[in-house]
Design a protein around this ligand. Sequence first.
Ligand SMILES: NC(=O)c1ccc[n+]([C@@H]2O[C@H](COP(=O)([O-])OP(=O)(O)OC[C@H]3O[C@@H](n4cnc5c(N)ncnc54)[C@H](O)[C@@H]3O)[C@@H](O)[C@H]2O)c1
Length: 278
Amino acid sequence: MVGAGVMGRGIAYVSLVAGAETRLIDLDAEQLESAVHRIHADLAVGVDRGKVDAEVARRAYDDLATSTDLAAGCDGADVVIEAVAERIDVKREVLATAERHASAEAVLATNTSSMSITEIIAALDDPSRGVGMHFFNPVPKMKLVELVRGLQTSPATMDRAEATAQAMGKQTVRVEDVPGFATSRINALIGNEAMHMLDEGVASAEDIDTAIKLGLNHPMGPLEMGDLVGWDTRLEILTYLESTLGERFRPTNLHRRMVAAGRLGRKSGEGIYRYDDA
Ligand SMILES: NC(=O)c1ccc[n+]([C@@H]2O[C@H](COP(=O)([O-])OP(=O)(O)OC[C@H]3O[C@@H](n4cnc5c(N)ncnc54)[C@H](O)[C@@H]3O)[C@@H](O)[C@H]2O)c1
């Protein structure tokens, strides 16, 4: 698992609970330390709530390893999933390095929310082993993995990615490689419209979120959702979708200013709302 941020630590958690030896890799040692701390805490909560067997949790502690060295961390891996920042150049480089060190048969997956799988896996010597595995936040709770087929992805790789997601207890859908796939395209658009509404003073953030939850029966409001996703990640997604799908995805100035100010959402302790537990 490359990237120990919001998504990487969640995917590592479900991988461990599925009984797989899991190596979590990040350039940032502090991020790794904090991810391990969160995974241990989540396992303890899982056991307390009767969702994770105590023996499974005990084994998970032993099965989790970390590394700040991408090459060493990927050594001999059967499945590599990257969840580093939403930047195509970084993702291409990470997967190309992973390919050189993982097993010769390894599935090489990207958790990108929006970007071209075809373009990311074109960086591989054997792009037929590349695929999109799009998990959702928070990973332990969200049931879906969107499997995205790049132009070069082989049927065998799609099947192995599906089996991997199902072993983690996830339901899958198969989608073609179009920007934003089936989910982010809609989610980013709704979130962006909510930011326009906030900027225009249509209603308070709380009232916009309440309206969408109670009036449209969404489990979360779009502004709460942006805080959960991270406004920096959302900005990268919108910028990419604007460049590929057009003007309607252009981020608001309010959104840009929030990112510039470090108001990234839950992960920084403040976004649209404030969080004391970050
Ligand atoms: N946040 C969400 O709700 C969500 C949902 C689905 C998919 N995604 C996608 O998952 C990916 C990660 O998002 P996130 O929210 O976890 O981001 P994040 O900012 O929380 O974490 C990214 C991590 O990647 C690490 N990193 C950056 N470059 C690296 C490199 N070269 N090698 C190793 N580690 C590196 C950073 O140190 C950081 O810890 C993005 O592609 C994003 O679009 C995010």
